[in-house]
Structure formats: C-alpha cells, structure tokens
Design a protein around this ligand. Sequence first.
Ligand code: MV4
Length: 452
Amino acid sequence: MFSRILIANRGEIALRIIRAARVMGVESVCVYSKADADGPWLQHADETVCIGEPPAAESYLRSDRIISAAEVTGAEAIHPGYGFLAENANFAEACLDSGFAFIGPSPKAMALLGDKVSCKNLARKAGTPIFPGTEDAIEEIDEALEMAQLIGYPVIVKAAAGGGGRGMRIARNDDELRAGVESAQQEAEAAFGDGRVYVEKFLEHARHFEIQCIGDDHGNAVHLFERDCTTQRRHQKLIEEAPAPNVDPEKRDEVARTAAALIREANYSGAATVEFLMDGDQNFFMLEVNTRVQVEHPVSELISGVDIVGEQIRVAAGEPLSIKQEDISVNGHAIECRINAEDPDRGFMPQAGLIETWCPPGGLGVRLDSHATAGYRIPPNYDSMIGKLIVHGPDRETAIARMRVALDEFKVGPIKTTIPLHRRLMDHPSFNTADFDIHYVERWLEEAEASG
Ligand code: MV4
C-alpha cells in the first residue's frame, strides 16, 4: 500500500479522499489554489501545496504543477477526484511517466471508454445494450440519412468526444439531420478538437440509470448495483438514489452484469460508471461510461457497504479488489441531495460569499459529505456544490422520511442554497411514486414559474 497520496482536487471530494486514505493508514497531500487557501478540508491533510491562482486553468488544471507538488512532497500516487483532470488521459499518462501511480484507469482504458464511438463498439462486443445507430463516425451525410431511414426518426447526433450533453442535436426529419450533423461536427471540432459525430435512435421520455462498477489489475470486475439519477435539471443531477425504484429485479441484474462485463472487456482498473437510459418498458440503452469516481458514489456505498474510494486506492496500489460479486448485496435504500450554493428563485445563480450559519443535520442513517463550515467563504471560481446530504433506510419510504427531517434540520445562511428546493421535491408526487422522467423537474419549475 502507498504511504502517501496526492489529491488533485478540492472541496468535498478532497475531504472524502483524505478520509478514505486515513482509514487505510495512508497520508494525504492536498494541492490548492490561492482562492482555497482557507479551505477547511486542508486542515485534515498531512501536507498542502499552493499551486497557483484562483482560475482552475492556473491551478487545478495545471498537470505540471500537480506533478511537481507530488515530487517535492514524496507522494506515490495521484487521486484526481472528479471534474478537473479526472478524465484526461494525457494527465493520467503524465502521472505514470513521472513515476506516480494514477488512482484511476490506465490511459488506454480511459481513452477507449471515453471515446463514445469506441465505447459503443466495445459494449456491442460485451453484450451491453446500446441504442441502434451508426457503428462508426459519419463520413458522408448519406450514412446518417440511411441510418435514420433504417431506425426511424427521431434520431440524435452526438459527438464521439462529447459527454454531459455537449455537442448533441436531435433530428426529426432529413433536413434537420443534414443541418444537425453539420453543426454538431463544427461544435465538436471547436470544443474538443475532434469533429467526429455518430447517429443513434433518440428516446424522448426516459429515466437515467447507471451502474457502479470497480475493476482491478487481476482481471476482476464487480458491480455495486445501480443508481437512479432521473431527478436532474439542465444536465445537472439534483437527487440520486439506489436501488432504482420500480424496476424489475431481473432486468436490473441483467443490465448490471453486462456493465461489469464491459469493464472487464476493457481490462479496466478502478471505479467506473456505466450510464443508461431506461424507456417505459424497462428497456436499457447505454449512453456513456464515466471513468472516475462520481459525485453520487455515496448512495452505492450505503446500500452495498463498500468503501468505493478505498477500493480505488487499493486497486491503484496493485492489490486485488477486497470484495467478490457474490458477497455484495443491496441493503435498504439510499438517497442523496446535492446541496448547491445557488438561488433557485434567480435562475439557480451561484452564490459566493461567507457562510454565517451552518447547522448540519444528523441522526440515524444521515451522512453529510461536505467541506463547508460556519465561517467558510465560498469562492466564486468553482462549482457551486457545497455538500451532499445522503440518507439510508430500510426502504425508500423511510429514506424519504429521513431526508425530509434532515433537510428541515439543515440551516444554512445567509447564502441561498438548494435545501428548500430539495425539501419541496421530497413532497413531489412524481418523486414519491418514482413515476418520473429526466424532464420532470424542468416541467415542474416552469409550471411554478408560470403560476407565480
Ligand atoms: C440521449 C437522449 C435520448 N436518446 N440519447 C444527455 C447527456 C448525455 N450523457 C446523453 N444525453 C442524452 N442522450 C438518446 N439516444 C437523451 C439525453 C438527455 C439526457 C440524458 C440523461 C440525463 C439527462 C438528459 C437530459 C436531456 C437529454
């Protein structure tokens, strides 16, 4: 095992990684920007190194400075967290070239799964269900038109290098498809320096479903069941839960097995999430694979009992996974609310500034993953998420009841947060019956806006 790792991230995930490392007897080095000099998580690190100015491009995205910090502090491995450099195969490669372990997949596996065209082809081989569509990037517009003829409209044009909703175009007829391929190619070229796009069937009303997987360097890959992430707004998840409500257990198990098979096929080491859409008949279609630890990993930890960040560190050190598939089962139900410093009444405008009141909730089955404290000043430079409130209970109803109480106890001010919005979502009929799709929050917020 490593004696020291470097954390190339900030905020709640930096704290989560410090805690997982310390539990394993591993020391942490945190790099930070000038905007984060007073970051409360730095108090828990064994050593800290300032790596630059507040803009991420001058600090958390500077792989050269991060690697220098690892060299001067004697770290043996680098954990990228999520966001920033976490899914940058060049960064993973640079870490390895400088003699550090990368706490994540090999650059090769990252690139293979990060490219949506090669990922989809690997999924086809592994038996992971995918949307019908083109097998390769479009070279001639006729390839897109012929595929649309075959699978029927609507179709969606996606960038091979895209993700998280960027570089997509929906087309409902040939004219829209011609225009969509052209503009998606241009946007992808400008955004990613890679203009390759492909076409697949577009699903209108879907639920967002994802399988948590972990692999090691010994050919093992397990899944920790699924999460439902349907409650989202503008590609930003608001609530995640596990297991997914109202899904036939046989269907869940089958898709989970195919997701683990995909990870195994990629010789993948580390944590990965295979994302799917689910239609009204419980058919699954893979969207993409995330090659990092995700924000919402705690719900999977609570239902499975597995320390996902701990396993990431373990497998990066070359050890086998500490768990076998047959030993993992679902225990109860977990729900996570992302607490963002945003004002839902003003278009979710990010709220920087001093937190004066911070009264966190507690009690049976309540977990708060947050770096915030009373007296913490939220810098304006980064993501607005200031914490995650996660509850666990024997069933979904109990978990919702515990979340309502925890949200009622949770007092933050004068900064505006998404806590009151989450409290209202806990009473939303569609959330309670899990009779929802990826657009229900946006429809609900528009209705609320229209009726004042
Ligand atoms: C889709 C889709 C419908 N059909 N693909 C959006 C983000 C990216 N991960 C993939 N996305 C979608 N891909 C097909 N074939 C609808 C979306 C989508 C979406 C997916 C997950 C969560 C929220 C979403 C919001 C709008 C569109």
